[in-house]
Design a protein around this ligand. Structure first.
Ligand code: H2U
Ligand code: ZN
Length: 346
């Protein structure tokens, strides 16, 4: 295959076992959409109408405490419930169902309504990482899987601009984790080594898709990325779960995330939207030596602060597709400054 990837091709995602279509020649097609520079919205530090600001009343009537750094609460509209009886429905080949248990929490990153992880300072981001690890540790004692995720920005469906993320713990292994579990296990059985460890070794030599290399962490655009500026954050050491990170690894993760997120904001000079989340070994006591902790960032933006990629048409019906190659996306992100374009949050 032509190694400069200028003609249509498919790439394989070894984590999910799925293929994606890449059409680099299409980036030459004319574009007449606008390229506006949109600044961060002028938001106040405290918003009396925000459900998540300190001291305010939430939708269920409870008062938030006057918190000074992070604040965790049980989601008032939880998608999963703790106390139900587990049953199956397996009457025919067509109607298959199972009851599930779970717990949903919300984590506020900071009392400041107008900040984001990208504009917060490293020690404050480190505190958020501590809370992520604590929540996973606590909920993982009761549930098989704990998903930490952030939906950032209105365009991603975030219901509130206050900096926050969610944690959903589940009694079952959800689809995406199941795929990564099966594929990493298969790779381990065949090669006696960890898929993402070997992959990172390759990328550290190739240097084509790396954006930030910082102490124990690497941010890169995976070879098989689907979203235009999708990235993955990987530790250099093999770490089964977020709860196994050392203090130093948490500090340097905060620094690495800061670098990546500032570049993201700088890309289109906007408060960059995304869905991000952690993947790591399931929380039960099975043997998970084939796992490597990693973070996925799935940002929707394609060309500007307002032009997003749509996963529709062929993507919905046949296979995910992208135009700009992962190598070009990585280079654009790599070349951006590590200082925020608004000069905030140093
Ligand atoms: P998202 O912005 O990612 O939707 O997360 C906000 C969550 O906060 C959402 O799941 C919860 C919503 O249910 N929430 C409360 O639990 N109480 C409130 O008063 C407002 C929002
Ligand atoms: Zn993953």
């Amino acid at each position: 295959m032509n190694k400069n990837f200028s003609t249509p091709h498919r790439r394989f995602n070894p984590l999910t076992g799925e293929w994606i279509l890449v059409s680099p020649h299409r980036t030459q097609r004319p574009w007449q959409g606008k390229q506006e520079i949109s600044a961060h919205q002028n938001k106040p530090k405290y918003d009396p109408d925000c459900y998540l600001c300190p001291g305010n009343v939430r939708a269920n009537g409870e008062h938030n405490p006057a918190y000074t750094d992070t604040f965790v609460f049980e989601n008032d509209f939880a998608a999963l419930l703790k106390n139900i009886e587990l049953q199956e429905m397996n009457e025919t080949d067509f109607l298959k169902a199972e009851a599930v248990k779970g717990c949903c929490r919300v984590i506020c990153f900071t009392p400041n309504h107008n900040q984001t992880l990208a504009t917060m300072e490293v020690p404050a981001i480190k505190k958020v990482i501590d809370v992520w690890a604590n929540e996973v540790d606590e909920l993982g004692k009761e549930f098989k899987w704990v998903q930490v995720f952030e939906n950032r920005g209105e365009i991603m469906g975030a219901s509130n601009p206050h900096p926050h993320c969610q944690v959903w713990a589940t009694s079952f292994l959800p689809n995406e984790i199941r795929k990564e579990e099966d594929n990493q296990k298969k790779y381990f059985e065949k090669n006696k080594s960890v898929l993402l460890k070997d992959y990172l070794e390759y990328e550290l030599k190739a240097r084509e898709r790396i954006i930030v290399e910082h102490d124990e962490w690497v941010c890169l655009v995976p070879f098989w990325a689907v979203w235009p500026f999708e990235t993955m954050v990987l530790p250099k050491r093999t770490i089964k779960r977020i709860i196994d990170l050392s203090e130093q690894e948490k500090v340097s993760l905060a620094e690495a995330l800061k670098k990546l997120l500032v570049k993201y904001d700088n890309l289109f000079q906007t408060s960059f939207p995304y869905t991000m989340g952690f993947h790591f070994a399931p929380m039960d006591n099975e043997d998970y030596d084939h796992w490597q902790t990693h973070i996925h960032f799935y940002p929707p933006l394609l060309r500007s602060a307002t032009v997003k990629k749509f996963m529709v048409g062929f993507e919905m019906l046949s296979e995910a597709q992208r135009d700009i190659t992962p190598e070009i996306a990585a280079q654009r992100l790599r070349d951006l400054p590590e200082e925020h374009y608004l000069g905030i949050g140093k």
